[in-house]
Design a protein around this ligand. Structure first.
Ligand SMILES: Cc1cc2nc3c(=O)[nH]c(=O)nc-3n(C[C@H](O)[C@H](O)[C@H](O)COP(=O)(O)O)c2cc1C
Length: 420
């Protein structure tokens, strides 16, 4: 018993606490993508979940239940017995599941659930879940011929109408391949999240910009885009409609987002200005790190390394994106992000107040990028939030996703106070 808990807690919550105290039923059916199921289970646990695996007979022909027992540190349901597993897991009580994730989901299982057939561990549990208001998310995986079968297509439509979330597979190499694990976990988190930002429209900027010196060299900075992407993800989880404008990063935009990639500060400025002119937004999160200068005359050709030294280049100031926001939409709530280097708390507050004044920002998130685990490339951040009225909130060192949550919590608190 002791070893059971020790091995689960080692990874429990290491990537976040979004699924803490949540019981997820991971249903596994007879697709080759069963190889992904242990990884999916472990990622759910890393976000705090307790995972109970349920395997169809066909899934058990492909992998052994023992592997899922190891992955989840819970007993695996491999058949329905007199213990009435399907009822215990769906009725009110301590065993009730919060969500059922079928990953991978075969054409066979999806079609059966759509028509109310309940002849396997997985279809029986899903049928009971549909009758007990337990959300279901499915990640189909199959050959393209099955995916294109009109009968399967119409069964998927039926499932959508029943409120089941279908995670679109990637169709390539003649197969409808299961959604990447990260996106499956995000879909589970999103489905279970409180939708306290439903109806809000949010514009987020993220990442660095590039200012070209010549066709292959550029001026840029260390921004990874992680903070901006975390903010966009958090707003989506909370039900907001999100637009993300980002400089070059290695990150993939989350699903269901209006995403515009840009490269230069001028492109960032032009995109933001046109979005603000086109539509009304409630919140602007300016987490991008645009370059403040660009060469007056970038070279059209690659500059030779043998030119006279030292190299003499002239720079000009780039457009100030945040200064234009309130001029276009006076009522938008503007949160500006400022990375400082080695400043004390008082000086950080002073810098924030300058932005509040000059850009008419409602809140400034300042961090000291010189601190360990803070700022650009890190997965964590530590922030001082300075509000328009001068009051401050310290967000201690935490995962950027957690910091994003705290920032949006503060936004909601401030705006609710105003609207009361
Ligand atoms: C090696 C192997 C791989 C399979 N892969 C898939 C698959 O990716 N998707 C699918 O819909 N069916 C696949 N099948 C067919 C299903 O296993 C079959 O339709 C089975 O009845 C599904 O049962 P279940 O939905 O109860 O697990 C595969 C079968 C085998 C033997």
């Amino acid at each position: 018993m002791a070893s059971k808990n020790r091995s689960r807690t080692k990874i429990q919550g290491t990537l976040g606490d979004e699924l803490k105290s949540r019981r997820i039923g991971l249903c596994i059916t007879g697709s080759v993508a069963v190889v992904k199921s242990p990884e999916i289970a472990r990622e759910l646990i890393r976000h705090g979940a307790d995972v109970i695996s349920v395997m169809s007979d066909e899934a058990q022909n492909l992998i052994q239940p023992e592997l899922m027992r190891w992955a989840t540190q819970n007993d695996v349901i491999i058949s329905v017995t007199g213990r009435m597993e399907h009822i215990r897991l769906t009725e009110e009580g301590p065993e009730r599941l919060d969500l059922i994730l079928i990953a991978p989901a075969t054409a066979n299982t999806l079609s059966k659930i759509a028509t109310g057939v309940s002849d396997t561990t997985v279809t029986l549990l899903a049928s009971c879940a549909l009758g007990s208001n337990i959300p279901i998310v499915v990640a189909p995986s199959m050959h393209e011929s099955l995916w294109s079968n009109p009968a399967v297509e119409s069964n998927l439509d039926r499932l959508k109408k029943l409120g089941v979330d279908i995670l679109e597979p990637l169709v390539e190499e003649g197969k409808a391949k299961i959604t990447p694990t990260e996106d499956i976990v995000e879909a589970v988190i999103r489905r279970l999240h409180v939708k306290d930002m439903a109806g809000f429209k949010v514009l987020v900027t993220a990442g660095p910009t590039y200012e070209h010196l010549d066709p292959i060299r550029m001026l840029t900075n260390r921004s990874s885009g992680k903070m901006g992407f975390a903010l966009a993800k958090e707003a989506l989880r909370r039900g907001a409609e999100v637009t993300l404008v980002s400089g070059p990063t290695s990150l993939s935009p989350p699903s269901s987002i209006d995403f515009t990639p840009i490269e230069t500060t001028r492109q960032l400025y032009d995109t933001v200005v046109s979005k603000l002119k086109e539509e009304r937004y409630d919140l602007f999160l300016a987490a991008a790190a645009p370059e403040d200068f660009r060469p007056v005359k970038p070279s059209a050709e690659k500059m030779s390394s043998r030119i006279a030294r030292p190299l003499d280049l002239k720079f000009e100031a780039t457009e100030k994106v945040i200064d234009s926001v309130k001029k276009i939409q006076r009522d938008i709530f503007l949160v500006s992000f400022k990375a400082e280097w080695g400043l004390n708390r008082d000086d950080m507050i002073k810098r924030a107040k300058v932005i509040i004044q000059e850009a008419d920002a409602d809140m400034v998130a300042v961090n000291d990028a010189a601190q360990k685990g803070t700022g650009f490339k890190a997965d964590t951040n530590q922030i001082l939030l300075v509000k328009k009225n001068g009051s401050t909130i310290d967000i201690p060192l935490a995962l950027k996703q957690t910091v994003a949550r705290r920032i949006l919590d503060t936004f909601l608190k401030v705006t609710r106070k105003h609207s009361q």
